[in-house]
Ligand binder design. Structure first.
Ligand code: GLN
Length: 250
């Protein structure tokens, strides 16, 4: 099957090798005989329900976020329609913040968000930097860990009843206090985890691919044929160990 990925503002929001997440999705799809078509989306791009199976947006400094926030917010209604029709999404750090209602950045400017996630973010004095380890359960009765790296001034506040992506085992997470990280609404995931995220968390890459394939082909997401993932497993272990030993300290 051909899976279509809409990569939002790839030239502006792409720090910490966030583009690497696309490379992992492309490879893991190909190893199962599927093709990934990645199209760059930006200001005034046409987004129609059913055309994209997965949206992706990476992280960025306040300066880049300021440059694109109004254009991303303007795409909000079309993105909402597309995800309401079953498309999946992964938003990382600066992109995650702009998938919320707004981000008040370090200059005090309030940047509008796309409104896909029930949260808002306010920049604090000290940056939250370091390795992170989460426990999350995207599927009922399933508990898995996510390991990555965070670097953000933003403190993200989830609205009442909003579902976090995971519980912080080590690191700062959304605000360094709540004990939670990220946010999830159905197939839309937001997280502060860079790294990039997916090379060291292949199960999440496969979960996203399964959602995207289900959107393209109809029906429920199917478990993808397992891969050896030895190297990925080692990368996860090293990252998780680093988080346990030094995550979450200013
Ligand atoms: N500029 C945002 C912040 O500092 C996001 C940073 C990022 O994407 N790493 O919180």
């Amino acid at each position: 099957m051909k899976v279509v990925v809409g990569h939002l503002f790839p030239d502006y929001l792409n720090i910490y090798a966030d583009r690497g997440n696309i490379a992992v999705l492309t490879r893991r799809a190909a190893w199962r005989g599927h093709e990934l078509e990645v199209c760059a989306l930006g200001a005034n791009s046409a987004i129609r329900p059913g055309e994209h199976d997965l949206f992706y947006v990476g992280g960025g400094q306040d300066r880049e976020q300021e440059l694109i926030a109004p254009a991303l917010a303007a795409l909000g209604p079309a993105l909402r329609e597309a995800v309401d029709c079953g498309a999946a999404a992964l938003a990382v750090c600066g992109g995650y913040q702009l998938f919320g209602r707004f981000y008040r950045d370090q200059s005090g400017e309030e940047l509008p968000g796309a409104g896909l996630l029930p949260l808002h973010t306010v920049a604090g004095e000290r940056r939250m930097i370091g390795d992170v380890l989460l426990e999350c359960g995207l599927e009922p009765g399933e508990r898995r860990t996510l390991a990555g790296f965070e670097n953000h001034a933003g403190r993200t506040i989830l609205e009442e009843g909003a579902e976090p992506l995971g519980r912080v085992l080590a690191g700062f997470g959304n605000d360094g206090e709540s004990g939670y990280e990220g946010c999830r609404v159905g197939r839309v995931l937001g997280t502060y985890l860079h790294g990039p995220l997916l090379p060291r968390n292949p199960w999440l890459a496969d979960w996203l691919l399964a959602q995207a394939l289900a959107h393209r082909g109809g029906g429920d997401p199917q478990e993808l044929e397992p891969l050896s993932d030895e190297l990925e497993g080692e990368a996860h272990t090293v990252s998780a160990e680093r988080a346990r030993t030094r995550g979450g300290r200013f």
